[in-house]
Design a protein around this ligand. Structure first.
Ligand SMILES: Nc1ccn([C@@H]2O[C@H](COP(=O)(O)O)[C@@H](O)[C@H]2O)c(=O)n1
Length: 576
């Protein structure tokens, strides 16, 4: 373990938690739950007070979709909003997942925004009031506040990236337009000690570059602390010597830690001015979300660590999981199936399993069962690995929380249909001409990781015999986990791990079914998930086939997630 470096102003960040408030039940290294995180934050606040420094909490969105405790209830999130709000968060923003479905955006506006009144920021996001149709800010555009112990004057913004897939009750204004608005131009002229830009935005992306330049154009040396999200990775980015960004991974695996020293604050009310330190310095850590680490970082133990509020939240999580029967076993996975830890195609690839075993059986409707069919799904529709053992109700939402259904273009020329998979996988520029990013079809982790990373102990790696990072012979062996390299080097993880292999996967995979044995068919049904409809139409157009949304017909009534769960019930026994 590596200790956390403290500064004058310190932060804990969560992002892309996607409903994993119960922690990871199958992975001990990420097994702390939201209640434990509440206790951790509270104990760290006590430590900050004792040291006379400040601690702020940040969350940058995508709190929902991706775990049974949110997705399995009706309405979705029946239990999660009340549990989540038990954590005090100083700056909180919206992710794209809060906006895909209109009911989720309604709940965000009606529950999360008031739960975090004053702290919920929406610099470039509006909501359409359902009764009047009036377009109003989702929450306040920014906030100015002074920190409790050192009196540091902070101005915080809350952004979302230039997202276009939102439902029709929200409006995401492009960042480039927002930063020209009067209120933003006035805000960046405020005299503050620090700007915080929190958002569901990747750190090196064009949105944060534009915001950085806008703030710098008015404040040549005020420190700026960015907090990012969306790409599901641990990341730290340098904008200039006084501006850095932190991103705390995904799925409650990581809690981000940031500390800044050398800020020219005013000091506590009544106290003399804060002595500016010699120079400004920024430090970051990525905390593995488990109790062992929480005890280590707080210097407490099993009996002294938990707070009443944390214990109550953990109890509420347990009760909600019971009420939703999330441990109900649908079948036993015979082995681990990996999204990115095994190459595609291979026997251990989750995508190979889907392509060869599952999709040919589930992408069928009785009235078209004998028609030659090409079925395409995007790899991003799968969100997590499947571990050997019980595949529960919870797991169904963990691997794919979306409510996407299958749709089809019927009787399309095979010569055109057979080109779609390759176009979606490799013709990014062709699709970009229609304003579509092919990379959005793949898992978000792949946004940042552009080539395979081969770790040690990997049966698929050439040689497969690299030595793990053992420091001394008598040290316990390290376990596989994050080995982050970022703009500050490779010292960021609070826990040392051996690296995990990451293989890139294609944007889409395809299964063929009911093809004649002797010759190519003349026509086929092209079946795909409704989410990828714009990409498929655009690829078809490129082949010279001008289909439109009117030509698309539903292909069955169940969601892809339900179809996969049915397959598992039929094929995997109950003997784990
Ligand atoms: N109905 C949907 C919605 C999204 N996806 C995939 O998820 C990606 C976005 O994930 P984040 O957690 O980073 O927001 C998106 O790019 C798609 O790949 C999907 O498959 N179906």
């Amino acid at each position: 373990m590596r200790p956390l470096p403290w500064g004058q102003l310190n932060f804990l960040q969560t992002t892309d938690t996607h409903g994993w408030i119960a922690g990871h039940l199958q992975e001990p290294q990420y097994s702390a739950d939201w209640g434990d995180y509440i206790s951790f934050a509270s104990r760290m606040r006590e430590k900050a007070d004792f040291r006379g420094v400040d601690l702020l909490l940040i969350d940058t969105g995508d709190r929902i979709e991706g775990n049974g405790i949110y997705d399995a209830s009706t309405p979705k999130g029946k239990y999660t909003y009340d549990i989540f709000r038990e954590q005090e968060i100083d700056v909180i923003t919206t992710g794209n997942h809060e906006l895909y479905q209109t009911d989720a955006a309604d709940r965000e506006y009606e529950q999360t925004v008031p739960n975090y009144k004053g702290n919920y920021l929406a610099s470039n996001l509006d909501y359409i009031l359902p009764k009047t149709g009036e377009q109003v800010p989702m929450a306040q555009r920014y906030r100015i506040f002074t920190t409790k112990n050192l009196g540091i004057r902070v101005l915080a913004f809350g952004f979302i990236f230039d997202f276009t897939g939102n439902g029709n009750n929200t409006v995401v204004q492009p960042v480039g337009k927002t930063i020209k608005e009067k209120w933003f131009q006035e805000a960046i002229r405020e005299k503050v000690d620090l700007f915080i830009v929190a958002g569901h935005v990747t750190l090196p992306g064009p949105e944060y570059k534009a915001i950085f330049q806008a703030i710098r154009s008015q404040n040549w040396d005020t420190p700026i602390q960015f907090f990012g999200g969306h790409s599901h990775i641990r990341d730290y980015h340098k904008y200039d010597s006084k501006s850095y960004g932190l991103q705390a991974g995904r799925y409650m695996e990581t809690v981000g830690w940031m500390s800044i020293d050398g800020i020219k604050g005013k000091g506590k009310a009544g106290a003399s001015d804060l002595e500016p330190r010699a120079s400004l310095s920024f430090q970051r850590r990525y905390i593995d979300n488990n109790l062992f680490g929480y005890h280590y970082h707080t210097g407490l133990n099993e009996s002294t660590f938990p707070t009443k509020r944390g214990i109550n939240a953990s109890a509420a999580i347990y009760k909600a999981r019971k009420a939703l029967e999330l441990d109900h076993n649908f079948g036993c996975a015979p082995k681990d199936l990996w999204m990115n830890r095994a190459p595609y195609p291979s026997n251990d690839s989750l995508y190979t399993w889907l392509e060869t075993e599952v999709i040919p059986e589930i992408a069928v409707i009785p009235e078209r069962k004998d028609i030659p069919t090409l079925a395409i799904i995007n790899t991003g529709t799968i969100r997590f690995d499947i571990f050997k053992g019980a595949f529960t109700r919870d797991t169904t939402y963990i691997i794919s929380p979306f409510i996407s259904k299958l749709v089809s273009l019927k009787d399309v020329p095979y010569d055109a249909a057979k080109r779609v998979e390759a176009l979606l996988n490799s013709a990014g520029q062709v699709l970009q001409a229609s304003g579509l990013q092919a990379s959005q079809l793949a898992p978000p982790e792949q946004m940042a990781v552009r080539s395979n990373i081969i770790g040690p102990h990997n049966p698929h790696a050439a040689g497969g015999t690299q030595t793990p990072l053992i420091l001394h012979n008598d040290d316990p062996p390290l376990i596989p986990g994050y080995t982050t390299k970022d703009d500050a080097g490779d010292e960021g993880d609070d826990t040392l791990h051996t690296p995990i292999t990451f293989y890139n996967v294609p944007n889409v995979i395809q299964s063929a079914r009911s093809f004649p044995a002797d010759a190519d068919p003349e026509k086929v049904d092209l079946v795909f998930t409704d989410f990828i409809q714009p990409w498929v139409l655009s690829a078809m157009q490129f082949t010279g086939q001008n289909y439109t949304a009117h030509d698309i017909a539903p292909y069955g009534n169940e969601t892809l997630t339900e179809l996969m769960a049915d397959w598992i019930k039929r094929h995997w026994g109950q003997q784990c």
